[in-house]
Write a protein that binds this ligand. Structure first.
Ligand code: PGD
Length: 766
């Protein structure tokens, strides 16, 4: 029996060396997740990549895009793959330079610090001279850009939030914009050992805390919260928040003392709320017509917030949308108006329901990690601008006050991510991936991204290699011993890069002459020396232990308590040192879609807009419940909820009835960008006029039509439109759609098996 860490939890497993024979939740986890069932069932699935492959056209004609994503693959030996790919990398770096290589390679990959896929690919490409990188994430692309202007740093809210234990003890009212989703808070980058969402929410409720969940989905908060459910039109939370601010101001409930001492720009903001410039008072009546929430409830909620110790929580999903800057900024503004920032149980939180690590006390120390080296290329893109970059080399674009230029990319190297899962408007991404001369992908599975590559190199799963890891703010550091041998002839990303580096002449720089075992020891012992704590054992003792407990110096932190106590001594890292309700910096950028303080700006796609006449349902493309992103979509738990193999879409009974749809029907969801099939689940936990189709079904395009996904990937429907000029962040959470019954025979899926391969060509190249 050995334990193993995943982003979604720790499990104990028995193995016969080839496969896991039994998998159980780790004894230490009070709320284990069924997601662990995906691991063993996916390991030897037919979609596992068993050996290296090269696209037929690339083998026969050399670098060039024609046929990418459509042609069959040729199985080749590792020797052939290394020979061809090392030659191609050398050619591209020699002929076009490092700025022609996109190595941003976004993705969650697997838990484990040494085999962290992005660290490995970045280190490798840095040894070759560098690469065009990405900044920010799909999760938090807007927060990461906005929050430094408003409170000085995003990390404050993510890594140093008021602890959940403090909320349990002190919060009287939690107003959760975007809910407190139990499925999202079960996951954390790098792993989570003890799930606790239901526990802390149940304990707070038992103490008398009230929860108000503001979301189109009733189950965006656990039943333990016994929450009041308020369901505004998706994308209209900004108007609701402005009306709450208006009541606080008009009814004399705003904490003037706090606003004067700790913030700047309130006057500019409150003038807007009062309608001084545009003549529109942002009162509850105004907000009711936008949000659909009764003016009376908005008014009473503002009073309840002012009367109680109130935590305003904004989920990450709210900023992953068009105009995503506004509700996030307003969450901070409302908390400032209540004057409770820095007090236990009050103030502002961002992501208590979005990732397990938010609200866990910060660890006193990090864990060992691989050094990525230095990048010889300065050029970067905000991560969600990948398709724009590939389609528009040389074009300029805005980002956080700068005017940047897209580079001309010849080679894309992806390792540990699935852009044909995570990006918006997949047909457009399909067109963008037809631009580079060569695309290289390492993955364990035949994802849609692997199918859009020229070189497909089989990577091990984390259960097939030795590693160690700990999630962000998680208190357990786990040895992760290999549980089985690798599937087929797959290799660790490190081994693949090591061999390529050797052939290109930078082997010593990449491997520093160490095997995996030597790296694990070296990094651990280096870390142990830095930590200098007698309680930390040597590597051998750690390796044979179940886990090592990591200290948390302050188990019950309160966000910004030091700033509240002494704002002169502990200023924020904003230009004013205070909370910026009006940011002169952002105002100075002159973006029409992002002025200097939060405002209501109609999104292009929302139920109150003109396009809702043709597409009257708001699609919520949120995170899935039965897998992490697209990972292990072929696993047993993920498959258990599919309907005729398609991803489930949830719809309110009234909307289903209006379309003559029945539970279990296969439906077609469509808009002007694309369409997909899905299996219908009728559920009154969904707000009327909303359809919920989570992300994660592997994109399975009709061979003749990349806009049509046969499996149910919502990203054929979402727009590749930045959340704002400021952030250029992902806005994939919402889109307008219509739904109708699927007519005609059900098309077969192709993505649940391997792609077409040609062995006869292989013989010529072996
Ligand atoms: P994953 O499915 O986790 O999705 O996008 P991301 O690309 O991170 O992809 C990880 C891939 O890495 C998998 O294919 C897995 O098999 C592979 N992998 C795992 N371990 C290894 C390894 O060791 N080596 C190699 N080479 N490969 C490995 C997630 C992204 O999607 C995120 S973070 C968010 S928040 C976004 N959310 C939304 C959303 O809310 N709505 C929409 N419409 N779209 C979104 N997309 C974004």
């Amino acid at each position: 029996m050995t334990t193993h860490l995943t982003h979604w939890g720790v499990f104990e497993a028995d193995s016969d060396g080839e496969r896991l024979t039994s998998v159980r939740p780790w004894r230490g986890d009070p709320e284990p997740m069924a997601l662990i069932e995906n691991v063993a069932s996916a390991q030897h699935h037919p979609t596992r990549i068993d050996q290296p492959y090269v696209r037929q056209g690339w083998l026969e004609r050399g670098p060039g895009a024609t046929g990418r994503g459509d042609e069959p693959f040729v199985p080749v030996s590792w020797e052939t793959a290394f020979e061809l790919l090392s030659g191609e990398l050398s050619r591209v770096y020699r002929e076009h330079g490092a700025e022609s290589v996109y190595g941003g390679s976004y993705g969650w990959a697997s838990a484990g610090r040494f085999h962290h896929a992005q660290s490995q690919v970045h280190r490798f490409l840095n040894c070759l001279g560098g690469y065009v990188r990405h900044v920010n994430s799909y999760s938090l692309g807007t927060s990461e850009v906005l929050l430094p202007h408003v409170i000085g740093s995003a990390e404050l809210l993510l890594g140093h939030a008021t602890a959940k234990s403090v909320l349990v003890e002190h919060a009287e009212l939690v107003v959760a914009f975007g809910g407190l989703s139990p499925k999202n808070s079960a996951v954390s980058p790098g792993g989570v050992s003890r799930h606790n969402t239901k526990t802390w929410i149940g304990a707070a409720r038992a103490r008398g805390c009230r929860f108000v969940s503001i979301s189109p989905l009733r189950d965006d908060i656990p039943a333990e919260a016994e929450a009041e459910w308020i369901a505004p039109r998706p994308g209209s939370d900004t108007a609701l928040m402005l009306a709450l601010a208006q009541v606080l101001d008009a009814d004399g409930l705003a904490d003037k003392e706090f606003l004067d001492r700790y913030t700047v720009g309130y006057d500019r903001f409150v003038g807007y709320v009062r309608g001084e410039a545009d003549g529109v008072v942002k009162d509850p009546g105004w907000a009711e017509s936008i949000t659909g929430v009764s003016a009376e409830r908005i008014r009473t909620l503002a009073h309840e917030m002012a009367a109680a110790r109130t935590m305003i929580s904004v989920s990450w999903s709210l900023q992953r949308a068009e105009r995503g800057v506004q509700p996030l900024w307003l969450g901070v503004v409302l908390a400032a108006m209540l004057g409770q920032i820095g007090l236990p149980g009050g103030g502002f939180g961002h992501g208590y329901g979005s990732s397990a690590h938010v609200g866990e006390p910060a660890r006193g120390r990090s864990v060992p990690r691989v050094r990525q080296g230095s990048n010889g290329v300065a050029t970067f893109i905000p991560v969600a601008r990948i398709a724009d970059m590939l389609l528009n080399p040389g074009q300029t674009f805005d980002y956080n006050g700068a005017l940047l230029v897209y580079p001309d990319i010849k080679l894309v190297y992806w390792c540990g991510g699935n852009p044909f899962h995570h990006h918006q408007d997949l047909a457009r991404l399909h067109a963008a991936f037809a631009r580079p001369e060569t695309v290289v992908v390492h993955d364990a599975f035949w994802t849609a991204t692997a199918r859009h590559a020229d070189f497909v190199l089989p990577a091990t799963m984390s259960i097939e290699r030795d590693d160690y890891g700990a999630g962000q703010n998680d208190r357990e550091f786990f040895p992760m011993k290999a549980l089985t041998r690798p599937h087929g002839v797959s290799r660790d990303d490190y081994a693949i890069f090591g061999e390529l580096a050797e052939r290109i002449g930078v082997g010593k720089e990449f491997t520093e002459g160490r095997t995996v075992d030597e790296w694990l020891r070296h990094l651990y012992e280096q870390w142990r020396a830095e930590v200098n704590d007698p309680a930390v054992p040597d590597f051998d003792e750690f390796w044979d232990s179940e886990s090592l407990a990591l200290p948390t110096p302050d188990p019950d932190p309160v966000l910004l308590s030091d700033f509240r106590a002494d704002p002169e001594r502990f200023p924020l890292a904003t230009p004013s040192g205070r909370i910026e309700i009006f940011s002169a910096t952002i105002d100075g950028f002159g973006y029409a879609d992002c002025p200097g303080h939060p405002v209501w700006l109609e999104p292009e796609e929302w139920l109150g807009g003109a396009s809702a006449a043709r597409f009257p349902l708001q699609l919520v493309a949120n995170q899935p419940r039965t897998k992490l992103h697209s990972q292990l979509d072929v696993g047993a738990h993920s498959r258990s909820v599919k309907i005729a193999g398609r991803e489930p879409v949830r719809l309110h009974p009234d909307d289903a009835a209006a379309r003559g749809l029945r539970d279990g029907d296969i439906v077609r969801i469509f808009n002007d960008r694309g369409s997909c099939l899905a299996g219908l689940v009728i559920d009154d936990a969904i707000r009327p006029q909303v359809a919920q189709l989570s992300t994660g079904a592997w994109y399975d395009p009709d061979p003749a039509d990349p806009t049509f996904c046969r499996h149910g990937n919502p990203n054929v429907l979402t727009a590749d439109r930045p959340a704002s000029s400021l952030s250029q962040g992902c806005s994939g959470q919402l889109a307008l759609v219509e739904i109708e019954p699927h007519r005609g025979p059900l098309p077969e899926l192709a993505v649940d098996g391997p792609p077409a391969t040609i062995a006869s060509v292989a013989q010529r190249f072996s």
